[in-house]
Design a protein around this ligand. Structure first.
Ligand code: NAD
Ligand code: UPG
Length: 578
C-alpha cells in the first residue's frame, strides 16, 4: 500500500466505465488500472506527470480538472515569433512547456538564454521559466516531448509559395507527419496555430489519420489562430482581445475542455473564448488581417489625396476614428504595410478564393495598391535628392509622376536611411517597405547608408544578397548614416528618431532634406531646425528665412516643371487613373 500526494480531484475521460468518474488518487489506485502505475518502476510514482505518462502508455489519458492549467504539458513546434512567445507565456502557467525547432542554432542560443528575436518583455519571462525547469528547448528527440504532452501546437511558418502567392504548407505537413508517426497510445490534442488557408485543418486531420501506425492512438486536430502583433507579442498573448478555437467537439469533449483549461488564465470574459468550426476559425484569421490591411491602404490613399488639396491626414483620421463604428486603430499612413503576415496572408487568401473561381476584387486592389505605394515612396525619396528646396510642390511627386527618376539624376546621390524593420519594436525585416526602398535606391545608382536600432548586420546583409558590390553602408547610429546625405529618410517609426540632436544632424548632412514616411516628427519643429521636411498627407515645412541654410540646397528645379507635374496629377486624379 502506498500513498500519492496529488490534487484530490482528477477526471479520467476514457472508455473504461470504472474510470469514467471523478475519482481521488486512492480510487484511482484501487481500480484495475492501478497495476500500470505500480508496474512502471520499482519506486512509487510521485508526480502527476509520471502517472499521466504511465496511463498514456496504456492507452488512457488523464485530463486535468477544469481550470487546472498547471497540470498541462504542452509542446510548440516552431520557436519563431509565435511559437517562442507562446511557449514562454504558457510556461508561466503550465506544468511543462517544450519549445521545439529544427533550427539547431536557434535552440542552442535559446538554451544559452540568447534570444534570437527582439520582442519586449520576453527575456525575463524566458529566463525565469527556463531556470525553473518549466520551459525546455529541443532541436531533436521530439519524441520525448510528444510522449509527455497533452497538447501539441504547430506554429511553424507558412510563407508565400514562391511565384504564386499560395501559402506554403510544407512545414505544417512535415510536422503533422512527424507527430502522427510518433504519437503514443492515448489521447493527444493537435492544435494548428500557424495561419493556414481555409480547409487545411481538415486536410491535416485526414493526412494524420492515414499516417498513424500505432494502435490505440487517439487525437483531434483543432484550429487556434494567433492574433499577436510583433513588438507587443507578450502583452497580446497574455491579454488577448479574443481567443478563437475551431473544430472542437461539443461542450465537455476532451478537445474543448483542454482548450478551455489552457486559456483559463488569459480569457477572463467567457464571451472572448469563441468556439467555431475549423473553416470559420481559419477564415477569421484571414479576415482580420485583410481588414487591417484594408484600413491601412485606405488611410494611405487619403493621405496622398490630402497632400494634393492641402488637408492634414492626421486631423482627418483623428476625426473619423472618433466614430465608434470606424475606430481609431490602423489609420496611420506609412510607406506601405509589410511584415511576415499582412502581405502574405492577403495574397494567400486571394489565391485560395481563386481556387473557388471567386475574385476578391477589393483585396486584389489592396495588394496592388500596396506594391505601387512602396515603389512610389522609393521614387519620391529619390526625386527629393534632385529638387530644390523649399518648393512645396515637390511633395506632390508622390502621386504618380515617377517616370522622371532615372539613374542619371540619382546616380552618386547620398541617402541616409533611418529604420529598416517593417515597423518599430521588432527586428524583423520580412517584407519591410524600407528594404524595398533601399534596394530601389541602390538600383538607381545611389549611395545608401542605413541605420536601424535592432537589426543585426547579418540580417541586413542577407537581405541585400543581390546587391554585393553596391555602395551600401551599414551604420551604428543615426548620425553616421546621415553624414553627407542629400536626403534623410525615416522609414521606421523608432522612438529614438524623435529625439535626435537636430543641430548636429544639420551640420552633418549635405542638404538638410528629411522625408518622414511615418509622420513621426512635428513639421514646424523640424522646419525651425533648418530642414526641409516632407511627411505623408501633411503640409511640408521649410527653414524660415535662413540664408545660410538655404545655400545648402545645391540643385534648383524649374518652377514650370513642377507646376506641370502638379497639374497633370490633378488631371489624373479627376479622371480616376492611378
Ligand atoms: N509573426 C507573427 O506576428 C505572427 C502572428 C500571428 C500568426 N502568425 C503565423 O504563425 C506562423 C509562424 O509565424 P512566425 O512568425 O512565428 O514564424 P517564424 O518564421 O518566426 O518561425 C517558424 C519556426 O518554425 C521552425 N520550423 C520549421 N520547420 C519545423 C519543424 N519541422 N519542426 C520544428 N520547427 C520547425 C523554423 O525553424 C522557425 O524557427 C505563421 O503561419 C504565421 O503566419 C505569425
Ligand atoms: O496604422 C497603421 C498600422 C500598421 N501599419 C503597418 O502595417 C504593417 C503591419 O503592422 P502590424 O499589424 O502591427 O504587424 P504584425 O506584427 O505583422 O501583426 C499583424 O499580423 C499578425 C500576423 O498574422 C497578426 O497576428 C496581427 O494581429 C496583425 O496586426 C506594418 O508595416 C505597419 O507599419 C501602418 O502602416 N499603419
Amino acid at each position: 500500500m502506498f500513498v500519492l500526494s496529488l490534487k484530490p480531484l482528477l477526471k479520467l475521460p476514457c472508455k473504461s466505465s470504472k474510470l469514467e468518474q471523478r475519482c481521488t488518487p486512492h480510487i484511482l489506485l484501487s481500480c484495475k488500472h492501478s497495476l500500470f502505475i505500480k508496474q512502471s518502476g520499482s519506486k512509487f510514482l510521485r508526480s502527476l506527470g509520471q502517472i499521466r505518462r504511465t496511463l498514456k502508455s496504456q492507452g488512457l489519458h488523464l485530463v486535468a480538472k477544469k481550470g487546472d492549467v498547471s497540470d498541462l504539458c504542452v509542446s510548440f513546434f516552431g520557436a519563431g515569433y509565435v511559437g517562442l512567445v507562446s511557449s514562454v507565456c504558457l510556461a508561466d502557467f503550465c506544468r511543462k512547456v517544450y519549445c521545439l525547432d529544427t533550427d539547431k542554432e536557434k535552440i542552442a542560443s535559446l538554451r544559452d538564454l540568447q534570444i534570437p528575436i527582439h520582442e519586449p518583455l520576453l527575456e525575463d519571462k524566458l529566463r525565469k521559466n527556463y531556470e525553473s525547469k518549466r520551459l525546455f528547448f529541443l532541436s531533436e528527440n521530439f519524441e520525448l516531448a510528444i510522449r509527455d504532452s497533452d497538447i501539441l501546437f504547430i506554429a511553424v511558418g507558412t510563407p508565400s509559395r514562391r511565384g504564386d502567392g499560395h501559402a506554403d504548407l510544407s512545414y505544417v505537413f512535415s510536422v503533422a507527419e512527424l507527430i502522427a508517426e510518433m504519437l503514443t497510445p492515448g489521447y493527444t490534442l493537435i492544435v494548428i496555430k500557424s495561419t493556414v488557408p481555409i480547409g487545411t485543418c481538415n486536410k491535416v486531420q485526414e493526412f494524420m489519420k492515414a499516417k498513424v501506425k500505432t494502435p490505440k492512438v487517439q487525437f483531434d486536430v483543432v484550429s487556434n489562430p494567433e492574433f499577436l502583433r510583433q513588438g507587443s507579442a507578450v502583452e497580446n498573448f497574455l491579454h488577448p482581445d479574443r481567443v478563437v478555437v475551431g473544430g472542437c467537439g461539443p461542450v465537455g469533449s476532451p478537445s474543448r475542455k483542454q482548450m478551455e483549461t489552457l486559456y483559463s488564465p488569459f480569457v477572463k470574459d467567457k464571451e472572448a473564448l469563441l468556439f467555431t468550426s475549423w473553416e470559420e476559425a481559419e477564415m477569421i484569421k484571414y479576415a482580420s488581417n485583410a481588414f487591417l490591411a484594408l484600413k491601412i491602404q485606405f488611410t494611405n490613399e487619403f493621405a496622398d489625396f490630402c497632400q494634393l488639396v492641402n488637408a492634414n491626414i492626421s486631423v482627418v483620421m483623428k476625426a473619423i476614428g472618433l466614430d465608434e463604428r470606424i475606430g481609431s486603430h490602423y489609420l496611420q499612413p506609412g510607406p506601405g504595410f509589410g511584415g511576415s503576415c499582412l502581405p502574405k496572408d492577403i495574397r494567400a487568401l486571394v489565391r485560395s478564393a481563386q481556387e473557388y473561381s471567386y475574385s476578391m476584387r477589393l483585396l486584389e486592389s489592396v495588394i496592388e495598391g500596396n506594391e505601387i505605394r512602396k515603389r512610389r515612396i522609393a521614387q519620391w525619396i529619390a526625386t527629393l535628392a534632385n529638387e530644390s528646396c523649399p518648393k512645396e510642390d515637390v511633395g506632390t511627386f508622390l502621386h504618380g509622376h515617377h517616370t522622371t527618376v532615372t539613374t542619371t539624376n540619382v546616380y552618386g546621390k547620398r541617402f541616409g536611411i533611418l529604420g529598416l524593420t517593417f515597423k518599430a519594436n521588432t527586428d524583423d525585416l520580412r517584407e519591410s517597405p524600407a528594404i524595398y526602398v533601399v534596394q530601389e535606391l541602390l538600383s538607381l545608382g545611389a549611395h545608401v547608408s542605413v541605420y536601424d536600432p535592432q537589426v543585426k548586420i547579418e540580417s541586413v546583409i542577407r537581405n541585400f544578397d543581390n546587391f554585393k558590390g553596391f555602395p551600401l553602408n551599414i551604420c551604428e547610429d543615426s548620425y553616421s548614416a546621415c553624414k553627407d546625405a542629400d536626403v534623410v529618410a525615416i522609414l521606421t517609426e523608432w522612438e529614438e528618431f524623435r529625439n535626435l540632436d537636430w543641430d548636429r544632424l544639420h551640420s552633418l548632412v549635405s542638404r538638410p532634406v528629411i522625408v518622414d514616411t511615418r509622420n513621426l516628427l512635428e513639421p514646424s519643429l523640424i522646419g525651425e531646425k533648418g530642414f526641409c521636411y516632407y511627411s505623408l498627407g501633411r503640409p511640408p515645412s521649410f527653414p524660415q528665412n535662413n540664408d545660410k541654410q538655404q545655400q545648402k540646397y545645391k540643385i534648383s528645379a524649374s518652377e514650370t516643371n513642377l507646376q506641370q507635374t502638379k497639374n497633370s496629377l490633378i488631371e489624373k486624379i479627376k479622371t480616376g487613373s492611378q
